[in-house]
Design a protein around this ligand. Structure first.
Ligand code: ATP
Ligand SMILES: Nc1nc2c(ncn2[C@@H]2O[C@H](COP(=O)(O)O)[C@@H](O)[C@H]2O)c(=O)[nH]1
Length: 400
């Protein structure tokens, strides 16, 4: 499926072109009208991934089908992650055989570089849970920004308060991951805003179906972060904040989410009790249960090695300043972070080739040999994260 064109003008090893393979006889027949418009094929081992669909006029999403040479069968996988919008053309390049990098033509800066994960940690876990073929989309973003942030700590320590302060000061930077829970809503809590309030049996079924990044039984109720909750935030171009307990933090640590994990400590257990009681949201029985659990959580939080940072929430303003500092958004740095574009402004028309860990996007002219200029290089040597969030670490630069 991949074909050689010629040596790249940069004077290094020859690059192979994996540009649009739009008219593959067989794939065309197989998909009929479903795959009209742009599509591309990539073969890894016995499997050929046909990715595409839609065109200028179409609103069809980019679809994925797999031809398994070993069995001679076509498979429609479960596709996780936010599917890309239709496009004017796309190029696909296999990276380490575990994911395919997709470059879309004529797309917005935040929607032109995507990864289709085929055999990453997240996809392997999902295949195990669902017992079927799974692939997952993840958008590519520049640099190391946008790591999700996990805030954990005993009930009443002030996690929600700190998160609210962060969201209020930086509404365009952070988005809250709305968890599912089986506990009853408190007075002012809104379904879909504070939590997705749900039934035990429904949530158990959804957990079994692989819809959760993490979940735990906390203070006698089930709580969990759905894949969708994380994607809603990352799709809005925001950095995801999770308010979860220590068990959930442990699961996130073991996952592909690559979050920054922060444990919030109270100044004392007496002060924790005072805060829990003054909130007036729990019954006496629930308060006692939460305080009992707090002892264990404090031990695990401080000593388990799960967390990257421990913050003491004694004086609220001081703690908030420390939180901002460790997230790199204190003082002048905050303004810079907000304005850094995370997308990549690609010209509508281009061709794509690969050289080691570098993807070369040529937009000077369709023929590479005439284009010694007008090259954009995507360095994929330091990719991090991935589904169910974004793939970070793309280094992008132009060569004149
Ligand atoms: N530094 C602080 N000093 C005094 N009171 C505080 C401080 N931080 C938070 N509080 C108060 O403590 C109470 C509990 O805070 P909050 O609801 O944010 O805790 P939480 O960790 O989110 O609890 P839960 O895990 O149960 O959701 C609130 O009434 C809040 O206003
Ligand atoms: N593991 C998870 N823990 C969660 C999640 N959402 C909230 N929580 C934690 O539950 C307790 C209690 O919360 P409350 O709103 O009932 O006071 C608290 O420690 C939260 O951090 C989740 O999705 N997963």
């Amino acid at each position: 499926m991949l074909h050689w064109r010629h040596s790249c003008s940069m004077g290094e090893a020859p690059a192979f072109i994996v540009d649009d393979l739009q008219n593959q006889i067989g794939f065309e027949n197989e998909f009929g009208s479903k795959f009209k418009g742009c599509k591309t094929t990539t073969t890894i081992g016995d499997k050929t991934y046909v990715i595409g669909g839609g065109n200028d006029e179409s609103t069809l999403p980019v679809e994925v089908r797999i031809f398994d040479k070993a069995t001679g069968n076509w498979v429609t996988p479960i596709v996780l992650g936010s599917k890309p919008n239709s496009c004017k053309g796309l190029s696909a390049i296999s990276l380490n055989d575990d994911r395919i990098l997709i470059v879309k033509k004529g797309s917005a800066p935040d929607d032109c570089i995507l990864f289709l994960e085929l055999d990453t940690w997240f996809v392997r876990e999902q295949k195990k849970i669902r017992g079927t073929e799974v692939v997952a989309w993840s958008k590519g973003v520049r640099g190391d920004a946008e790591k999700p942030v996990v805030i954990s700590g005993p009930s009443g320590v002030g996690k929600g308060t700190l998160i609210s302060m962060l969201m209020k000061e930086f509404p365009s930077m952070f988005g809250f991951s709305v968890s599912h829970t089986t506990r009853a809503p408190r007075g002012m809590e809104e379904d879909g805003v504070h939590y997705h309030f749900t039934e035990q049996s429904i949530m158990e079924k959804e957990i079994k179906d692989g819809k959760f990044v993490e979940y735990a039984s906390v203070h006698g109720n089930l709580y969990g972060t759905s894949i969708e909750a994380v994607e809603v935030v990352t799709d809005a171009g925001k950095r995801c904040i999770l308010d979860i307990d220590v068990q959930g933090a442990r699961s996130v640590r073991a996952s592909s989410l690559e979050a920054i994990l922060i444990f919030i400590c109270p100044p004392s257990m007496e002060e924790l009790e005072t805060r829990l009681r003054s909130r007036r949201t729990e019954t006496e029985e629930q308060i006692l249960k939460r305080l009992q659990n707090a002892e264990v959580e404090m031990e695990q939080g401080k000593s388990s090695g799960i967390f990257d940072h421990i913050l003491y929430n004694d004086n609220l303003d001081d703690c908030y300043e420390s939180l901002k500092k460790l997230l790199g958004i204190d003082g002048a740095a905050a303004a810079t972070q907000i304005s850094v574009p995370q997308g990549i402004d690609l010209p509508a028309d281009h061709s794509v080739s690969k050289m080691d860990n570098k993807i070369i996007i040529n937009y000077g002219t369709p023929e590479l040999e005439k284009a010694s200029k007008s090259l954009i290089v995507l360095d994929v040597s330091s990719l991090k994260g991935g589904a169910p969030g974004r793939t970070r670490g793309l280094d992008v630069y132009a060569i004149d």
